[in-house]
Structure formats: C-alpha cells, structure tokens
Write a protein that binds this ligand. Structure first.
Ligand code: NOJ
Length: 577
C-alpha cells in the first residue's frame, strides 16, 4: 500500500521532469569549437559475455546485443562501450587477444559485428571499442613466433630476458599466481614479461613495428566505422627496457613505477598522427597516471594525444568496510577543479573491474536499494565529464551471490586465491572479502525478466545469475513508473537537454557536511542545484540557497525536499530561478 502511494507521487515528479526536458535545450554562449560529441555523450558500457545470449551456449553474444538494441536505444544513451569482442582464448574474458581482426567464436562472426554496428548507427548510437594493446594473448601468432626462437623476426614484439643473465629484476604481476611478472620459457631459455596473467605477455612498444601493427589494427576498425577506442591499461605500455631494480616493496604502489614511463607520450602523439587525426573517433585512456599533471598530459587538447581521462581515484574510495562521504566529495571536487579549464574527464562509479555500484557506494538492502541506486545515478548524470554508465546499474542490479571459490570465474580472483593459499593466509577471510569486491560481482548476467536464468540464456549461464532477478529485472521495471530504470531514462533526457549539466561550472556547497553532497551546475544563466543524501537516515543540508521559488526538476521521492531536510538516500535536482 505504502508502495502504491509512493508510486503515484513519484510519477508526478517524473512528469514534471519530462515537461522540463521538452523545452530546455539551452542555447549557449560557448564557442562552438569547444563543444564535442564525446563530451556530450552518455556512454553505456556493455560486458558482452553477460548481456544476452542468443544461441543457448550460456555466453552472451553479438546477436544477443543486436536483439536488445531497442532496449538500449530506449535508455536514451548515445554511445556504447563494448568490452573486447575479438578472438581470444578467454584467460581474462577477452582481455587476452589472439586475433585483433577476428571476432571471438562464442560471440559470433564479423557479419554479426557489421550488423550490430549498423543497428547502433541506425539508432543514432555510437560504438566505442576496447583496444587491448599493452599485451596480447600468448596464443597470438606474434607471440607464437616470438617464443619459437631468439632470432625469429617477431622476437622483439615482446620483452624477453635471457636466462644466462640470471633471474630478471623483480616485476610485480597483477594476476600471476606468484605475483611474478616474469615467466620462464624453456624453449629459448628466457623469461617473458607479463604485467597481467601468464597468458597476457606485454607487447614491446619500443619496437616501431609493434606500433605500426597497432595503428593498422585501429585503422581496420575505424574504416569499418567504429566511433572510438578505449585504451586498456595503456598507461603501462612504455617501459624502461633496461629493467632496473625497483625498491623493495614497490608493488604496494606499483603505478608509480609502471605508469607513464619512457616514451609513452611520444607513442600517443604518433598514434594521434597516424589514426586519431584521420578519423572522427574519440579516445579514452584507462588510468590517468599518478598526478593531475600526468592526466593533463594525456588529454589536454594542445597535446594532441587522447580525448579524455578515466581516473580511478573516485571509484577506488569504496572498501568492504565502507567509505567516507567527505573523502568522496573531496576527491570528485578536486578532480573537477583540476579539469575545469582544460582537459576532459570520465565520470563513473562502476565498470567490469568493480563490484556493483549500489552494493559498494549505496545500500543494497531491499529497503534502500532503489532510492540509493537512483541517488548514485543522479550523481553520475549531473557531474561534469562524460558519464560511463555500467549495464544493469539502470536496474539497480546488486552484487552476485558467490559463496564458494568454485563459483568465481575471474582470473584475478582465482589466481589471487591460489597465491594467498600458498602464503598460508586466512582463506575464510579472503573469501569474505572477495564476496564483496570480486570483479565477478559486476559481471553477472543482465536481469531481463523473472524467467529461468533471468531471460539471459536458455542454456547454462557461464557465471551464476544473481538470485534476486525474480524481483529485480527489466520487465518488472518497464511496468513501474517509479523504477530505477524509468528514473534513469529521465536523468538521461535531462542531461541531453541541458548543456549546463555537461559543461556548466560545478560548485560544491555545504562542504563539511558528512552526510549530504550538494552542488550547483551553472552555464549561461541556467543553474541547477543537486542535493544528495548518502545515508540511510534523514539528513539536512545547508546550502545557503533559497529553493522556495526553485522548480523541482527530478527527484527520487514523491515529496521532494523543500527545506534541505533530505529523506534517506534522497536525490533532488532543482532549477534555480
Ligand atoms: C584492464 C581491464 O579493464 C581489465 O578487465 C583487464 O583484466 C586488464 N586491464 C588487463 O587487460
């Protein structure tokens, strides 16, 4: 009953928002040259393995995505970032590529890809591809050649350390069972470098032939008409190939030693000349180095390297033991102010390397899951920067339900389990932590409906479906005007119709308030005030702004706050007169 009352009045709030959106494409005094499609884009990230299976093998595929394009379009988003879909033995679910011009067998064929790209373009949606070129698969022909003999022409496509020089200086590997980034290969009595798993040998970017191969691959996809590239782990691509010793314990802060090394910027400038300058494609780097200066050096327009940075400091804040909103506000505000005049950022709270947004940053209890999820979506869609919104978050999908190690699929979780076990660690504790933070939590199948396996597959899903799909699913939310899904659609409309939310100045208010996050976004006289309660109890915010004459544009409660007293996880957006 309570739910029904709530339903009726939230609909009213949404209606207000819809009307506002229809009339408000703000004219702007901004120079036209400063406006870019990729700054105004709203990116929806799809993990293809888990979106929709079309052939009953339990693995999502391209035809599956194709069959859901009308749903994707209905969200209003303007671009899709697809995690890797290239041929791969799947040690790391496609982040280990064996043929950069082929499609992964389980995902379909090149014809399916062409149909998908056309289907997206027909609907006005752009496609951003994942480019994984810090490393390839060890099953790539280049590596097969490279390891075959020390004199093979492909030998220098990778980093080798001849064993007669002794053991190589320690390099930490993120995914290796021994944390050792050097793997010994008896075939040529040498070690090869792999920052990730043993099946992901690092390419040698210092070799101009490797660079040319990569530009050719990029042109192959750009010629097909893709609209952008996300550069996986690229901040690690350049290396000091003399491999000096690093200080003991450096792995605790390995990015200081791995990121933005050597000639990285020269390679990016070359990539820009060879590829980006010749196509209307956007580019986003995964990782933004160690300082603001690093991040600016990657993306400031006059550098002619990449378009936007994707920095982790914000998403890294949430830990199993919780996080501080004061830190959260400080981090996002600091990044915003550093990029206010120059450069461009991504805004996100989740991706395929994180547990679910609502479980980490919100509250996934039945009572607060929906309001907290809507509140976090409000944050993402009202900040400056290009939003990257992860599939399933529009439903408020939660972490999965992984209990035993056998239920996990992620190479990082599985190899780390082995490592910890070898160290004699407390494995019960390890599992507890992974239940919360394993990447698998963000990779469970999309919850389409309440039928078997959530409508994801007719076969056996490659990874466990989250058991709450019976109640949390797209079909149910389509019918509910107050659902997370319909609220997200309103947020998207609002952002698309208001350049102030894209380009407008951001001002943090009530900074020291530990419970609420309040800020304004303002452009050409149009001013929005956003109030967010990050807690499960009522909380007040004192912004010093008079909202008595302000218009409520969108809120996640039937009676939005009028006096700065916010209900649990309330989000409200006002337009100030
Ligand atoms: C970053 C990707 O996002 C992650 O999923 C992958 O495992 C590593 N890079 C290695 O490619």
């Amino acid at each position: 009953m309570k739910g029904a009352i709530l339903a009726a009045s939230v609909t009213a709030t949404l209606l207000v928002a819809t009307l506002a959106c229809q009339t408000s494409n703000t004219p702007t005094d901004m120079p036209a040259t400063d406006r870019k499609w990729w700054k105004e884009a709203i990116v929806y990230q799809i993990y293809p393995r888990s979106f929709q299976d079309s052939d009953g093998d339990g693995v999502g595929d391209l035809k599956g995505i194709l069959s859901r394009l009308d749903y994707i379009k209905s969200l209003g988003i303007t671009a899709v970032w697809l995690n890797p879909i290239y041929s791969s033995p799947n040690d790391d679910n496609g982040y280990d590529i064996s043929d950069y011009r082929g499609i992964m067998r389980e995902f379909g064929t090149m014809e399916d890809f062409d149909a998908l790209l056309k289907g997206m373009h027909d609907r006005g949606i752009k496609l951003i591809m994942d480019l994984v070129v810090n490393h390839s698969s060890d099953e790539h022909e280049w590596f097969q050649q490279s390891r075959s003999s020390r004199t093979n022409p492909y030998r220098n496509y990778y980093h080798w350390w001849p064993a007669e020089k002794g053991t190589p200086p320690y390099r930490y590997s993120l995914f290796d069972v021994n944390h050792d980034a050097w793997a010994y290969d008896s075939l040529t009595n040498a070690y090869y470098l792999h920052y990730f798993s043993r099946k992901q040998p690092d390419l040698n970017w210092e070799n101009p032939k490797v660079r040319q191969e990569v530009y050719d691959i990029m042109k192959f996809w750009a010629d097909k008409g893709v609209d952008g590239f996300r550069l996986d782990a690229f901040q690690f691509a350049a290396k000091d190939t003399t491999f000096p010793e690093f200080p003991k314990g450096y792995e605790k802060n390995f990015t200081l030693y791995y990121a933005m090394q050597g000639n990285l910027h020269e390679y990016l400038k070359e990539m820009n000349r060879e590829v980006f300058s010749k196509y209307d494609v956007m580019s986003v780097a995964e990782g933004a180095g160690n300082t603001f200066e690093d991040a600016h050096n990657l993306v400031d327009a006059d550098r002619q390297e990449l378009n936007m940075a994707y920095a982790f400091e914000g998403v890294d804040i949430a830990k199993p033991e919780g996080y501080s909103l004061l830190t959260f506000k400080e981090v996002f505000s600091r990044w915003d102010s550093s990029f206010a005049e120059k450069g461009w950022l991504s805004i996100f709270l989740a991706n395929h390397d994180q547990a679910r947004m609502v479980s980490r940053f919100g509250n996934d209890s039945p009572e607060f899951r929906a309001p907290s999820s809507k509140m976090l979506s409000t944050f993402i869609m009202t900040m400056r920067g290009t939003p990257y919104y992860y599939y399933g978050d529009e439903l408020g999908m939660t972490n999965g339900d992984f209990q035993r190690i056998e239920e996990f699929r992620d190479v990082q979780t599985l190899n780390e389990y082995q490592y910890q076990k070898n160290q004699g660690a407390d494995m019960a504790r390890f599992l507890e932590r992974k239940k919360f933070e394993s990447r698998d939590n963000g990779r469970t199948p999309f919850q389409w409906d309440d039928s078997r396996h959530a409508g994801f597959t007719t076969g056996t899903p490659w990874i466990k479906v989250a058991p709450n799909y019976k109640t949390i699913n797209a079909a149910a939310q389509e019918k509910d005007p107050n659902s997370c899904l319909n609220y997200f659609r309103e947020l998207v409309k609002l952002r698309k119709n208001n350049l102030a939310l894209v380009y407008g100045d951001y001002t943090l208010l009530d900074e020291a308030n530990p419970n609420t996050y309040s800020y304004t976004r303002e452009l050409d006289g149009k001013k929005f005030l956003i109030l967010l309660n990050f807690t499960s109890t009522p909380a007040s915010t004192n912004t010093g702004l008079d909202v008595s004459k302000a218009r409520v544009v969108l809120g996640n409660y039937p009676q939005p706050s009028r006096d700065g007293k916010l209900q649990p996880y309330e989000s409200v957006i006002y337009e100030l007169p």
